[in-house]
Design a protein around this ligand. Structure first.
Ligand code: ZN
Length: 408
């Protein structure tokens, strides 16, 4: 039987928190490889997770973070024909609306549930409206009117999606990891190897432990609102937020303990690889900004990520890293596909690209990618885009227009 591969993506989990034994004692008790120099391939969920699932650098296949037609052909799911492929996500960004469900056998994004009233009802109304139109004999006779109607329907549905109640910024709508874990165990197949991605919202803002004192929730809401509105927060408020973030990380560690125990009951642990990683880190004003904006990347804790390869199967793996031992979170792609092909010797090819970090200040490497006026090496060539290059301008414009920022 092929090994099971479970990838846990913990949204916004900072490396310093993850590797702190006082905050995450269980995580740090796991056997396996803990990479010390792992970086996010992008400073936000959008580009990071789509790169992790396609193995490609952000913007290298298409100019969007969504899993569009071009990206679909590289989706990891295409290359795992013999695994039962599952993706369960608590993050709107990696929902089916943005194509992240491509080729998964089981996909759950909980949108149906949390948006039942606002979203599904609207889509249903449009569908009913359209069915009635189709019944009209006059319209069915004229193909072009029918096609125009179809276009209107498409536009109406896409406009409806903009009213998605954002579970990423609402405490009540926030999907907790225990629900994701429960869905995973409920939907495990019998006698089939599993490849599963679980995208957890701990400890993404609004930072709030499930066990928080009730009187504190009001304050969490107030400060979070101010944070999202980009108000200047006081040192006290930032400290308050970070404390809530830490509490949520502690929750996550406890949940991971329960998850791993259950995993050992349900799956053959010796034949299971458990990868724990985050899409990016989180900033708490160390360099003058909060959360994880893509416009500012001057804080290493914003882009440093935990990267842990555990599970009983990990002992069979031989990870060959570049000399400087740096790794991207998108390297899960190569690791997973190597294992699926029965190749336990995994060569990671990230050194060339990362050279840019050493040569010019590490804090600018991602900026250079998104904002190429900052010079760094990129895939061995200096600043391949060039500031006045048409392609650079196109990318910048596209990012400005399209980058749906989960901080807003
Ligand atoms: Zn994220």
């Amino acid at each position: 039987m092929l090994p099971n591969v479970i990838v846990l993506i913990s949204d916004c989990l900072r490396k310093d928190h993850a590797y702190d034994k006082t905050i995450m004692p269980f995580l740090n008790s796991l056997n396996g490889t803990f990479f010390e120099n792992a970086y996010a391939i992008a400073p936000n969920t959008h580009f990071a997770v789509s790169s992790m699932l396609t193995g490609k650098l952000p913007l290298s296949i298409s100019l969007t973070w969504k899993i569009d037609k071009q990206k679909k052909q590289f989706m990891i799911t295409n290359f795992l024909p013999d695994h039962h492929k599952m993706f369960i996500t608590g993050n709107v960004i990696t929902s089916s609306y943005y194509g992240f469900n491509h080729n998964f056998d089981f996909f759950e994004d909980f949108l149906k549930e949390s948006n039942k009233e606002k979203l599904n009802e609207k889509i249903e109304n449009i569908e009913t409206f359209w069915t009635n139109i189709k019944k009209n004999k006059f319209i069915s006779k004229f193909r072009f009117i029918y096609n125009i109607g179809k276009q209107i329907k498409k536009t109406m549905i896409s406009l409806t999606k903009f009213v998605l109640p954002n579970q990423n910024i609402n405490i009540n709508l926030k999907e907790r990891c225990n629900k994701i874990f429960a869905s995973f165990f409920d939907n495990l197949p019998d006698n089939k190897s599993v490849f599963s991605v679980l995208h957890l919202m701990e400890p993404h803002a609004p930072y709030c432990s499930i066990n928080i004192d009730k009187h504190l929730i009001k304050k969490v809401r107030k400060v979070t609102k101010r944070m999202y509105a980009h108000k200047n927060l006081t040192q006290k408020e930032i400290k308050f937020l970070k404390e809530r973030y830490t509490e949520e990380t502690i929750d996550l560690d406890k949940a991971l303990n329960g998850f791993t125990k259950k995993l050992k009951e349900h799956l053959d642990w010796d034949n299971t690889l458990l990868i724990i990683v985050s899409d990016h880190g989180e900033a708490f004003n160390e360099t003058g900004y909060l959360t994880h904006p893509s416009q500012k990347i001057s804080n290493p804790q914003h882009i440093k990520v935990p990267f842990i390869i555990s599970g009983g199967f990990a002992k069979n793996l031989n990870l060959e890293l570049a000399d400087n031992k740096l790794i991207w979170n998108k390297d899960i792609y190569d690791i997973v596909l190597s294992i699926a092909k029965g190749n336990h010797q995994v060569k990671l090819k990230t050194q060339e690209f990362i050279t840019g970090i050493d040569k010019h200040n590490e804090e600018h490497f991602m900026c250079s990618y998104f904002f190429p006026e900052k010079k760094v090496l990129f895939e061995g060539k200096e600043n391949i885009f060039g500031l006045n290059n048409e392609y650079t301008k196109k990318i910048k414009k596209k990012i400005e227009n399209e980058n749906f920022n989960c901080n807003k």
